[in-house]
Write a protein that binds this ligand. Structure first.
Ligand code: FAD
Ligand code: NAI
Length: 480
């Protein structure tokens, strides 16, 4: 006999678990199925983000930055740290503890909100628009669920590296994906990273700070092509100064794993053949949607040509009352985008009007300095023929940044030439991840650069750089 719910959510990552909580808050009987387990077969709710993504990477970024600062930055403040040591095992244990706290936090939230949780793989087993959908759970406690509405939130998995059509196997010993990159048990002397995307620069930074000689091999000719050009240029300059070796325009021609390391052959940006041996190689060349196990074919679920679940602007699939959200659908693969879609879909199911504006989703790269942006870059505006004005302000001229001893980078605001409406905010510098929230709010409220310039910003704060960048749009900075 199937258990019947108003909503069954398949996947318990940031998209799925948040959708389940919101649906339950709105009075809908809700179940969530997730298959991620930790030691002992215990559920590990939170998906990629909590287990092998956002949370553990940020834990290691913080730990490694503390180590780097103690070794290099404290002396300028008059603080001596004699005999600085690295206990990598403890650093990894702390990371695992932070992950477990988050897993347990979600389990608690499910109980609090009366979301029924099923550990295992959820698969469509039939149904239709009139009668609803049947979803089977295979796992330690198999179950048959019946749902009026289904939310698919099955996420993504790493894109494999293929050379001449042959996939390079990931053993997570020598050749690592993002999970392996977060669990290296000794600092590799020579670390290779394929892909200078978000994972490449974040994980490259972690291991560089802990002592690895890191080389990042990027296929595209430009570094960080998704970011604003001036931000990407500044990032390349600063990361190179820190010691990251970044090669662009690279084509990998051979990866061979041996006893002593990984041999990588490639042609560089100038077309010259190169060969390097690394102790470990991280492959971070993007992610692909994860639909295996879902059995969507049984009910005729439509995927697009790239394998994402096809959805409209409201996250509706081709099946009545079946929605899909997060990494498994179009749009940026970011946890907060997945969460917002989860909330919006739950509200739509409850008869409300959820909405997600994909144009105001912020991006953050948690390197040092951090990089964050929202809206459009100057390059995108030029390509679209939009007339705009841009204003920048460097942290070098910001009192708080000077006091912190962290003056690299700048804030840039781009605004429509005629209306002055903010079209994009681009930051590289200290706490860019926090500062970007003001830019997101400005864009969500349709603010002008003058609006930001007229808001009182506390002194001395890094946020004054945002105000000054807004003043710079009108060529009237006060402190530069
Ligand atoms: P997922 O988090 O992938 O969750 C999907 C869940 O569904 C998983 O638990 C999966 O096992 C489960 N599942 C799949 N199929 C089934 C099935 N049939 N039945 C039951 N369960 C199933 N984003 C940010 O915004 N900020 C960051 O700092 C950040 N850092 C990242 C760092 C790394 C190293 C990586 C890899 C990613 C990072 N991301 C970050 C991206 C972020 O992790 C994803 O965008 C986010 O996890 C997507 O959420 P989701 O709910 O769509 O999918
Ligand atoms: P990515 O898309 O950010 O970067 C992949 C890079 O690999 C690109 O620059 C691409 O040109 C390059 N590449 C592709 N094929 C290649 C090849 N054969 N050889 C060399 N380079 C190649 O993907 P990444 O870093 O794997 O991260 C996946 C996603 O996870 C991100 O796009 C992002 O959505 C999410 N993420 C978000 C984070 C954050 O918000 N701070 C942190 C980490 C990941």
């Amino acid at each position: 006999m199937a258990d019947t719910f108003d909503v069954v959510v398949i996947g318990g990552g940031p998209g799925g678990y948040v959708a389940a909580i919101r649906a339950a808050q709105l009075g809908l009987s809700t179940a969530c199925i997730d298959d991620w387990t930790r030691a002992g077969g215990k559920a590990a709710l939170g998906g990629t983000c909590t287990n092998v993504g956002c949370i553990p990477s940020k834990a290691l970024l913080q730990s490694s930055e503390n180590f780097d600062e103690a070794g290099h930055a404290f002396a300028e403040h008059g603080i001596g740290v004699a005999g600085l040591t690295l206990d990598l095992a403890q650093m990894l244990r702390r990371k695992d503890k932070v992950v477990a706290q988050n897993n347990d936090g979600i389990t608690y939230l499910f109980k609090k909100n009366k979301v029924t949780f099923h550990l295992g793989v959820g698969a469509f087993a039939g149904g239709n628009a009139n009668d609803g959908w049947k979803v089977n759970v295979s796992g330690p406690a198999p179950a048959e669920l019946f749902a009026k509405h289904v939310i698919i939130a099955t996420g993504s998995k790493p894109r494999p590296l293929a050379i001449d059509g042959k996939v390079v196997p990931v053993d997570n010993v020598r050749v690592l994906d993002n999970a392996g990159a977060l669990a290296i048990d000794s600092v590799p002397k020579r670390l290779g990273v394929v892909g200078a995307g978000v994972i490449g620069v974040e994980m490259g930074s972690v291991w560089r700070r802990l002592g690895s000689d890191v080389t990042i091999l990027e296929a595209l000719p430009a570094f960080l092509g998704v970011a604003d050009g001036a931000v990407a240029k500044e990032a390349l300059k600063l990361f190179t100064k820190q010691g990251l070796k970044i090669a662009t325009g690279v084509k990998i021609t051979r990866v061979a794993t041996g006893k002593n390391g990984v041999d990588v052959d490639y042609t560089d940006g100038a077309g010259k053949a190169q060969a390097q041996t690394f102790d470990r190689l991280i492959v971070a060349i993007g992610r692909v949607p994860h639909t295996a196990g879902l059995n969507g074919a049984a009910v005729g679920l439509r995927l697009d040509e790239r394998g994402f679940v096809a959805v409209d602007a409201d996250c509706r699939t081709n099946l009545a009352n079946v929605f899909a959200i997060g990494d498994v659908v179009r749009g940026p693969m970011l946890a907060h985008k997945a969460e917002d879609e989860g909330v919006a879909v739950a509200e739509r199911i409850a008869g409300q009007h959820g909405h997600v504006d994909l144009n105001t989703i912020p991006w953050v790269i948690y390197t040092a300095p951090e990089i964050a942006w929202v809206g459009q870059t100057e390059e995108q505006l030029k390509a679209a023929g939009v007339a705009y004005r841009a204003g920048s302000f460097p942290f070098m001229a910001n009192g708080r940044a000077r006091a912190m001893g962290d003056t690299s980078g700048f804030v840039k605001i781009v605004a429509d030439e005629k209306t002055d409406r903010v079209l994009g905010v681009h930051i590289i510098g200290p706490f860019a991840s926090e500062l970007i929230a003001e830019g997101v709010m400005a864009m969500a409220f349709g603010a002008s650069s003058e609006d930001i310039a007229r808001i009182c910003h506390a002194h001395p704060t890094l946020s004054e750089a945002t105000k000054e960048a807004a003043l710079a749009v009108d060529r009237r900075t006060l402190n530069l």
